[in-house]
Design a protein around this ligand. Structure first.
Ligand code: HEC
Ligand code: HEC
Length: 326
């Protein structure tokens, strides 16, 4: 009798444990899809295009990307050379766009195509089927390749006819619309004149006004899709902004002081320069720790509930056994 009870309680114990593990699995799957809703796939793709190593919290291989050796005009080296944007540009037009000259010139083509691009051909380009040296499948999960494909299919915007190629000023924008959108969604962090947050740009510490004036395309890409360095930032894509709304906000930001004299605000490391920024990766590191802590807290909660259930079951078994003895 005792034996049966004992093995019975073991069976219950195993059942409860099994249920608990299954439950935890379901929970983390739910947490994962909460982080990456299907509509956010495009945003993730855009941020991967910007800096896939920062998004996936990984390091590109040491040295330059193998394709980088096909040019000699752009003297950047190391992690920068692995980023899609270094070769294809913030305007997605490579040698035909903003990178047609200057220190960013490589002669590499753009990825913007007015006609629709099939998933098969984009996937083939990213996994080395077209060019074995253009193979990112060793560094990016299949889901991230899908995110990039979605971004390349649906996220690329051609702003060049709205930006004066010489002055880099926005043409025909609506300043009032830009101001209103900036004030309601961006000023809380960046300040009414863009000077509250400073960040690294081309080896300098700058503010929004500087970026808007010197690299309107990077401004637009990150305003629309954000950056892995500012996960909490409000972004145009999620606010439902049109392409023109983004340009209107850019136009307004082009009226900001370029503020090199501005006091330094909080800043995260320059992209690609994680290794050579002393104290740089702290941002990523901190969010990493916070995420880990949050994950631990949830599983701890479950462990406590599980423990409670387990103790309850054991007490029940003991109580049953005692009842039989009498
Ligand atoms: C070191 C430079 C370099 C990097 C980094 C790079 N590419 Fe390319 N990419 C090229 C070159 C050059 C081509 C032209 C085809 C070839 O020779 O591979 C190309 C071609 C492409 C094409 C095909 C375009 C077409 O229609 O012919 C796509 C799409 C593409 N790249 C997307 C990306 C994405 C997304 C990333 C980041 C994950 C990336 N590239 C990173 C240099 C680069
Ligand atoms: C919750 C605070 C917050 C809000 C709201 C916010 N940002 Fe940001 N933004 C940041 C932080 C933090 C950074 C990263 C700075 C760094 O890289 O060190 C950043 C970076 C940027 C950059 C990229 C700068 C670069 O490195 O190229 C742009 C552009 C930008 N913000 C524009 C905007 C616009 C436009 C809005 C409104 C739609 C906005 N931000 C709203 C916090 C915010």
């Amino acid at each position: 009798m005792k034996r049966r009870l004992l093995s019975g309680s073991f069976a219950i114990l195993i059942l409860v444990l099994g249920l608990g593990i299954g439950f935890n699995r379901i929970q983390s799957a739910a947490a994962f899809s909460a982080l990456f809703q299907p509509e956010d796939l495009l945003v993730r793709g855009a941020q991967l295009y910007d800096d896939w190593a920062a998004v996936t919290k990984s390091q590109p291989p040491a040295g330059n990307h193998p394709i980088w050796a096909r040019q000699s005009t752009n003297t950047r080296s190391g992690p920068d050379t692995w980023q899609c944007v270094s070769c294809h540009g913030w305007d997605y037009q490579g040698k035909d766009g903003a990178y047609r000259s200057g220190s960013n010139y490589t002669g590499f083509p753009g990825v913007y195509r007015p006609e629709a691009q099939s998933e098969t051909s984009l996937r083939a380009a990213l996994t080395g089927d077209l060019d074995p040296e253009h193979d990112f499948s060793a560094f990016l999960e299949n889901d991230d390749i899908s995110a990039l494909v979605k971004f390349l299919q649906e996220g690329l915007i051609d702003d060049n006819e709205f930006i004066d190629p010489v002055s880099l000023k926005v043409l025909d924008g609506d300043l009032q619309n830009g101001k209103q959108r900036y004030d309601s969604s961006c000023a809380s962090c960046h300040g009414a004149d863009g000077q509250s947050i400073s960040f690294r740009f081309e080896g300098q510490t700058v503010v929004l006004g500087t970026l808007a004036e010197q690299d309107p395309w990077r401004f637009l890409h990150r305003t629309r899709f954000g950056t892995a360095r500012a996960p909490d930032m409000t972004i145009g894509y999620q606010l439902g902004w049109t392409a023109q709304d983004g340009r209107d906000v850019l136009l307004y930001a082009q009226t900001f002081p370029t503020g090199r004299e501005a006091p330094l605000g909080p800043s995260l490391p320059d992209e690609g320069g994680l290794a050579d920024q002393p104290g740089g990766p702290a941002g990523n590191f901190l969010t990493g720790i916070l995420t880990a802590l949050a994950a631990m807290a949830t599983s701890l909660g479950f462990a406590i509930i599980l423990g409670g259930v387990l103790i309850g079951v054991l007490l029940l078994v003991v109580w049953l056994m005692r009842g039989r003895k009498q």
